[in-house]
Design a protein around this ligand. Structure first.
Ligand code: SAM
Length: 348
């Protein structure tokens, strides 16, 4: 029997019952995204309302509990684990969890440990992230204009994020930039962002805005179908489709003029649910089997019911059997958000 010992807890036997997770449509679940906190130090206008009510801290799983849950998923075949949020790097002592999870990389039980961050805290964590086994991260960046950055994030400071990116690159972390493509906000800036990212050895992925959670504005006003953005980009760049994959939903092209990669995440115009390999865990131990559906499983009860992971494995198996075929996001003025929770709850 395997044992996974780590700085956060005692050695824990991996039960033999930890079989792989195959959903009713034959898809193997090998990718876990974990929202370690619903809190964030930014308030991106398309993501959150300005006055968000966050979970009381006492409702959060402890870092030890998150480690145990993640380890159970790894025992059940997860090979890629992404920490997200909210902003993962604002969770107190988050590096304890990163270090603990890093042991699975070292042991060969996990192929990749990564995170999605807004970059605000990256400068002080970059070296340690690398030391813990993280090699690649996603940094969300919607504009390179400091004033526009302040407008879209409400509270963010572009200079700090750029310093974070520089520190991360110096530490040896590879970076992919993620930009939500927003009509009349950054759509005309994407070409210069693309050049900027590629000159610095970073990929850029653009994302369609998704109808998740109530915000002050109507997302329809900012919705930009990536089919249109791609057509516009093709006026000045040669985009060649390539089979490159990172385990996520992006489809990539190589930009002939820059030699770099550009990804498209198109949940609205073209979802790729047929190849979905992932599930999402919140910081309260709720498992969402689909980003765009409401059905969820409570893993916290199973986690706290017993020290024996067998309960947890059974609860996970039951949840995976409920993984839906896909989501059906619709964005128009007559519809409320497809799901009431904000992206910061489920983790983007
Ligand atoms: N704080 C971290 C960050 O900024 O990357 C991680 C969490 S954030 C919710 C993850 C990603 O989701 C960000 O790239 C953000 O732009 C994106 N996002 C948030 N709300 C979204 C929405 N409604 N539609 C599309 N992307 C969204």
């Amino acid at each position: 029997m395997n044992t996974l010992a780590g700085p956060l807890g005692n050695a824990r036997p991996l039960a033999a019952a930890a079989g792989p997770m195959i959903d009713p449509f034959g898809r193997a679940v090998t990718y876990l995204r974990v929202s370690v906190t619903d809190r964030c130090d930014f308030r991106c206008t398309y993501c959150m309302a300005e006055n968000m009510t966050f979970l009381p801290k006492k409702d959060l799983l402890t870092l030890e509990e998150l480690d145990r849950l993640c380890s159970a998923f790894i025992a059940k075949g997860v090979r890629k684990l992404r920490l997200t949020g909210g902003e993962p790097l604002v969770r107190k002592n988050i590096m304890h969890l990163v270090r603990a999870l890093g042991r699975h990389i070292e042991a060969g039980h996990l192929d990749e440990l990564t995170l999605t961050t807004n970059g605000s805290q990256l400068a002080r964590h970059a070296l340690e992230l690398y030391d813990c086994g993280v090699r690649r991260i996603n940094v969300s960046l919607d504009t390179l204009d400091a004033d526009k950055f302040r407008t879209i994030t409400r509270w963010g400071d572009l200079g700090r994020v750029l310093d974070g990116i520089e520190a991360a690159q110096k530490a040896g972390l590879r970076i992919k930039l993620n930009a939500v493509a927003l009509k009349d906000f950054n759509e005309h800036e994407i070409p210069s962002m693309l050049r900027w990212a590629h000159e610095r050895g970073m990929d850029l992925t653009v994302i369609e805005t998704m109808p998740m959670g109530e915000i002050e504005e109507d997302r329809t006003d900012r919705y930009l179908p990536l089919s249109k953005l791609r057509a516009d980009l093709e006026q000045q760049f040669t985009l060649n489709d390539i089979p490159f994959k990172t385990g996520g939903p992006a489809r990539y092209v190589e930009v002939a003029e820059t030699g770099g990669r550009l990804g498209f995440i198109t949940p609205m115009t073209h979802n790729f649910c047929e190849s979905c390999n992932r599930v999402r865990l919140t910081c309260t131990g709720t498992l969402y089997m689909c980003l765009g559906q409401n059905d969820a499983a409570d893993l916290r009860t199973a986690l706290r019911a017993s020290d024996d992971d067998a309960y947890l494995f059974a609860a996970i198996d039951e949840a995976i059997l409920r993984k839906p075929k896909g989501h059906d996001f619709i964005i128009d003025r007559n519809n409320r958000p497809a799901v009431p929770r904000h992206m910061s709850v489920t983790g983007g």
